[in-house]
Write a protein that binds this ligand. Structure first.
Ligand code: FPP
Length: 242
C-alpha cells in the first residue's frame, strides 16, 4: 500500500529495508512439522515480501538467511536451509532476464559447498548488469566478523603501503565491509517477538529504525510490511521536523 502523510502527500518507502527472518522453527513446531518445513515456509515468505518490496519501489532488501552461529544447528536443518537457498538461486538464475534483480551476498561464502558458492558467484556476476532492485543475502554472516575482516583488510593495506592509519574514516571503513557501496538500511524488521539485533548489520544499523513484530516470519504478509513501514514513517514524522 502506498502511504500518505496527514496532508495526503505520498510518502516514499524506505530505500533500504533489512529483515531478520525469524520464527521459522516455532512456526513449524506449532504445526507439528519438522523445522525444515518452517524454513521452506520462510523461503516462501521471502519470495512474497521481495516481490512486494519491488512493487513498493524499495531499492535494496537485505535478509539474514544464515548466520555464523547457525552452523551449530543439526546437520539436517543446515542442509535443509542450504537446499532452499540453492533452489531459490537456480530459479533466480533461470528468471534473471525477466526479473532484472541484482544479487549480492554478505558473508564468508568459503564455508559453503562448492556448488552453492558457484550459484552465489553466478548470481552475483550475471545480475551485476541490473540497477533497479537489489537483494542482499546475508549468508554465513556475522556483524562482528564483518568488522573484524574489514579491520584486517585495512591493516593489510597499511602493511602493503597502500594506506596510512591516519586516513581511516568511517566512510573508508564502510568500503571494506561486505556492504561496500550499499546505503545503510533505514528500516530493520525483526518478526517473531524477539527484540535483539543478533549480530545483524552492526555497523550499518547505527541510525536504522528497528521495528519488532509479533508475527512469525512464515506468516509475514504484505500487510505486515505495510504496518512496519507505517511505523517507520510515524517515527520519522515525529522527529523529522526537529
Ligand atoms: C531463523 O528462524 C531463520 C533461519 C536461521 C533461516 C532462515 C532461512 C530461510 C528463511 C530460508 C532461506 C531461503 C531463502 C530462499 C530466503 P529460527 O529457525 O531461528 O526460528 P525459531 O527462533 O522459531 O526457532
Amino acid at each position: 500500500m502506498v502511504q500518505n502523510d496527514l496532508s495526503g502527500k505520498t510518502l516514499p518507502p524506505p530505500q533500504h529495508i533489512a529483515i531478520i527472518m525469524d520464527g521459522n522453527g516455532r512456526w513449524a513446531k506449532l504445526r507439528g512439522k519438522p523445522r525444515t518445513a518452517g524454513h521452506a515456509a520462510g523461503a516462501e515468505a521471502f519470495r512474497r515480501i521481495a516481490n512486494y518490496c519491488r512493487t513498493l519501489g524499495v531499492k535494496y532488501l537485505t535478509v539474514y538467511a544464515f548466520s555464523t552461529e547457525n552452523w551449530k544447528r543439526s546437520q539436517e536443518e543446515v542442509s535443509g536451509i542450504m537446499t532452499l537457498l540453492a533452489r531459490y538461486l537456480n530459479e533466480a538464475l533461470r528468471d534473471m532476464e525477466k526479473n532484472a534483480v541484482t544479487f549480492r551476498f554478505f558473508g564468508d561464502l568459503s564455508k559453503l559447498s562448492p556448488a552453492l558458492q558457484k550459484l552465489c558467484r553466478d548470481a552475483e556476476e550475471r545480475s551485476s548488469q541490473y540497477h533497479e532492485v537489489q537483494v542482499n543475502f546475508c549468508l554465513n554472516y556475522g556483524g562482528r566478523d564483518e568488522i573484524v575482516r574489514a579491520a584486517r583488510a585495512f591493516a593489510q593495506d597499511v602493511a602493503d603501503g597502500k594506506r596510512c592509519p591516519e586516513e581511516l574514516t568511517e566512510q573508508m571503513l564502510s568500503g571494506y565491509l561486505y556492504s561496500a557501496g550499499v546505503p545503510d538500511p533505514e528500516l530493520i524488521i525483526r518478526p517473531s517477538g524477539e527484540q535483539r539485533t543478533s549480530n545483524f548489520l552492526l555497523w550499518q544499523s547505527a541510525y536504522s529504525e528497528y521495528v519488532f513484530m509479533n508475527v512469525l516470519w512464515p506468516d509475514f504478509t504484505e500487510r505486515d510490511l505495510d504496518a512496519a513501514i507505517e511505523e517507520y514513517h510515524r517515527r520519522n514524522r515525529r522527529f523529522g521536523g526537529t
